[in-house]
Structures are given as structure tokens and as C-alpha cells.
Design a binder for this molecule. Structure first.
Ligand code: MFK
Ligand code: ATP
Ligand code: AKG
Ligand code: FE2
Ligand code: MG
Length: 332
């Protein structure tokens, strides 16, 4: 460990004990900040280096290179392809098609699928959520009792010419009726090289320290995918970071971090697998009368139309999907 890192570790240890604030902490953010800072977003499990901890505190995300093996990713990919070919039926799974092709003729091929959601009942894909090396990092943000709340495999298609392959800038917390936000984290793993060409994640560092913003459908000429809400007025001048990643690299990010992804300008289907985790001690909130009421209504409409679930609450749609992956299931 470098001397600077050792100094930071000492400061952090001190901070953990005293809950005091430290100022003038050097971070990776290429800046020296004179703002007082408390460690609010991370737990000490002896895994994160002081630099990593402070980086997440300040930026709201942390990229870990080469965390998931090629072998595992290849297996997830094969499981995905079996689902696309309709060789397996997975209870609860949502298979989504891009809005640009949804009205065209159906083919049982990965080219028809833009995203799988809720694969918690697929043992092979759900193995991703249980990978010990992922959970070790997740614990640094959620603490030891961990629920896997939301799972996705994103197969971002080549843009069909209408820019519908973009994902508008958003905060994931918009979709979640549970809190506290600081005990929720997303793990997102690149299943192949992702870069600006095929539409990597784009993040606005530091926005995790803000509040939940109003979200709505962006006014995009070419159309926008169902439920792809975006932050209504985000500051286009806020510095953006494009997260270019290699196969197996994994980014952990806070649910208030504003992020999105660009258009896929290649002919390949850009793949990533992700899970949103929350501390089992999180509690559900009633979003009626809040900024989240619009997404609640949309989810309820779909639950009724698609599954004939008349009485289901927004909260129950989450309680049913959540799976314990470490420790004890307490509140969620
Ligand atoms: C649930 C909360 C999500 C939590 C997210 C956590 C944070 C992560 C951030 C995100 O990823 S935000 C984006 C989240 N997106 C979703 O959750 C979308 C989930 N998708 C679905 O529920 C289904 O794919 C959908 C209801 C859109 C379509 O269901 P089906 O596959 O049964 O489609 P169907 O062929 O029956 O079509 C039903 C209608 O939906 C339309 N449709 C299908 N795919 C669409 C699409 N991609 N965009 C827009 N509309 C679409 C389709 O044209 C048709 O319209 P009409 O009734 O007017 O004919
Ligand atoms: N006009 C726009 N209004 C709102 N959000 C946008 C707009 N254009 C792009 N975005 C969002 O900005 C993020 C980056 O998208 P964009 O297509 O600019 O990709 P990029 O990676 O910056 O590629 P490029 O190199 O072409 O600029 C995405 O979340 C996208 O949805
Ligand atoms: O993969 C993408 O394009 C966006 C995914 C995303 O927003 C998420 O995982 O929360
Ligand atoms: Fe997201
Ligand atoms: Mg751009």
C-alpha cells in the first residue's frame, strides 16, 4: 500500500470510530476537495481500499476490472440464447423487445430481444447474483444482509436508425419503493467490451449526493421504450463520464446516480448483466403523492393487463421478486 493510501486508511479508521468529519481528503477524482466529508455511502469490510471507498463516496460509482470470469460470462450468454430460442420457459421472466421492432414479425432469436428482466427463477442466470466476488463488494454498500431485488440482462440492439437504443439519463431509485437509498446498489457487468461505439454507460459523477428528480418519458422523435423514463431537466453541462469496460469488468453504482447509455452504432448486440441489491433491512414506502406515482401507475397497469393481477400493490411486485442472497431476510 502506498504511503498516501495508508494515511487515508488511518483517517478512515479514525472516522469510523468517531463519526467526525474530515476535510481536505485527497481522492481519485483528480481534485483536492476542501469540502468536509463524512463516509456515508460505504461500510468498512476490509475489502475496499481507502481510495476506492473515497472514490465511491465522492462519485457514486466504483469500477472493478475483471471481476467475473470469461467462463461464467460465456455460460450466462448461453443461458440467454436458450431463452431467446424459447427452449426454456422461466416463470416471471419479462422478455422485452425494442420499440423500433416490436411491431415487426417475431423471430425466436436474440435479435428480437432487447432485454430480459426478472430472471430470478433461472438458476443459471441467477448464479450471477450469487457470485461471491460480487457479493463481497455489494456488502460494502448494503451491509451483510442482502436481497437481490431486480435482475436484468440487457442486449442493446444495433440502433434501427431512430436512436431508440439509447437509454435516457435516469436514477434507478425512481423505480424502487424502498429505502434508504444509500443501502441500495447496482452491480452491472459488461459481457463483452463496451465502449462509446456500442453504447456504454454514461454517468454524471457525484449526482448520488442529490435527491430523487422528477422522471418522465423524454420527448424523443424516434420514440422511446416502455418505462424508459428520464430525468426531466438534467443539467446537460454536468461533467459526464463514459464507462468503457472490458468483458467481466463490473461497475457498482448508487441508485441516485444519474446515468444512461448511448446509442449502439455497431451491428452487434451489446450485452450486460446486472442486479440491484438492497439491504434486507430496507423498508417499503408508499409512493402515492410523490414523484414516483407515475411509475407506480404504469407498473400497476402492466401487472393488471399482462398478469391479470388485479389487487397487487407496487410494493408487492417487489416483495415477490426479491430473493435473499446473503444473511437474513428481515424487512424487505
Ligand atoms: C418494473 C420496474 C423496473 C425496474 C427497473 C429498475 C431500474 C432499471 C432501469 C431500467 O431499466 S428502466 C426500464 C425498465 N423497463 C421495463 O421495466 C420494461 C419492462 N417491459 C415490459 O414490461 C414489457 O416488455 C412490455 C409491457 C413493455 C411489453 O410486454 P409484452 O412483451 O407482453 O408485449 P406485447 O407484445 O404484449 O405488447 C404489449 C404492448 O406493449 C407495447 N410494447 C412492447 N414492447 C414495447 C417497448 N419496448 N416499448 C414500447 N412499447 C412496447 C406493444 O406494442 C403493445 O402495445 P399495444 O397494446 O399498443 O399494441
Ligand atoms: N438529446 C438528448 N436529450 C437527452 N438525453 C440525451 C440526448 N442525447 C443523448 N442523451 C443521453 O445521453 C447519454 C449518452 O448518449 P449519446 O447517444 O450521446 O451517447 P454517447 O455515448 O455520448 O455517444 P456520442 O459519442 O455519439 O456522443 C444517454 O443516456 C442518452 O440517452
Ligand atoms: O445497460 C444499459 O444500457 C442501462 C442499464 C441501466 O440503466 C441499469 O442497469 O440500471
Ligand atoms: Fe439504470
Ligand atoms: Mg453524446
Amino acid at each position: 500500500m502506498s504511503r498516501a493510501a495508508e494515511r487515508l486508511r488511518l483517517m478512515i479508521n479514525h472516522l469510523d470510530r468517531s463519526s467526525a468529519t474530515i476535510s481536505a481528503v485527497p481522492t481519485y477524482a483528480q481534485t483536492f476537495t476542501s469540502r468536509p466529508q463524512t463516509l456515508r455511502f460505504t461500510h468498512d469490510t476490509d475489502l475496499l481500499t481507502p481510495e476506492q471507498r473515497l472514490f465511491y463516496e465522492e462519485n457514486g460509482f466504483l469500477l472493478i476490472k475483471n471481476l467475473v470470469s470469461e467462463e461464467d460470462i460465456d455460460k450466462f450468454r448461453m443461458a440467454f440464447e436458450r431463452i431467446c430460442r424459447q427452449e426454456v420457459k422461466v416463470p416471471g421472466l419479462v422478455v422485452m423487445r425494442d420499440v423500433a421492432i416490436v411491431k415487426s414479425e417475431f423471430v425466436a432469436d436474440e435479435k428480437a430481444v432487447s432485454k430480459l428482466q426478472d430472471f430470478q427463477e433461472d438458476p443459471e442466470l441467477f448464479r450471477y447474483c450469487n457470485l461471491p466476488q460480487i457479493l463481497n463488494y455489494v456488502e460494502c454498500f448494503t451491509g451483510p444482509n442482502i436481497m437481490a431485488m431486480h435482475t436484468m440482462l440487457i442486449n442493446k440492439p444495433p440502433d434501427a436508425g431512430k436512436k431508440t437504443s439509447r437509454h435516457p439519463m435516469h436514477q434507478d431509485l425512481h423505480y424502487f419503493p424502498f429505502r434508504p437509498a444509500d443501502s441500495i446498489v447496482c452491480a452491472w457487468t459488461a459481457m463483452e467490451k463496451v465502449d462509446r461505439q456500442n453504447g456504454c454507460l454514461v454517468v454524471l459523477p457525484g449526482t448520488h449526493t442529490g435527491t430523487l428528480q422528477e422522471h418522465d418519458y423524454p420527448e424523443w422523435e424516434g420514440g422511446v421504450n416502455k418505462m424508459y423514463h428520464g430525468v426531466r431537466d438534467y443539467d446537460p453541462k454536468h461533467p459526464r463520464v463514459h464507462l468503457e469496460m472490458e468483458k467481466g469488468d463490473t461497475v457498482f453504482f448508487h441508485p441516485l446516480l444519474i446515468h444512461g447509455s448511448g446509442m449502439n452504432k455497431t451491428q452487434g448486440f451489446r450485452k450486460a448483466i446486472s442486479c440491484h441489491y438492497a439491504s434486507a433491512e430496507c423498508y417499503y414506502i408508499d409512493v402515492k403523492g410523490t414523484l414516483q406515482e407515475n411509475i407506480e401507475n404504469e407498473v400497476k397497469d402492466i401487472a393488471i393487463r399482462k398478469y391479470g393481477l388485479g389487487e397487487i400493490t407496487f410494493k408487492d411486485t417487489w416483495a415477490l421478486r426479491g430473493r435473499l442472497v446473503q444473511g437474513e431476510r428481515t424487512s424487505l
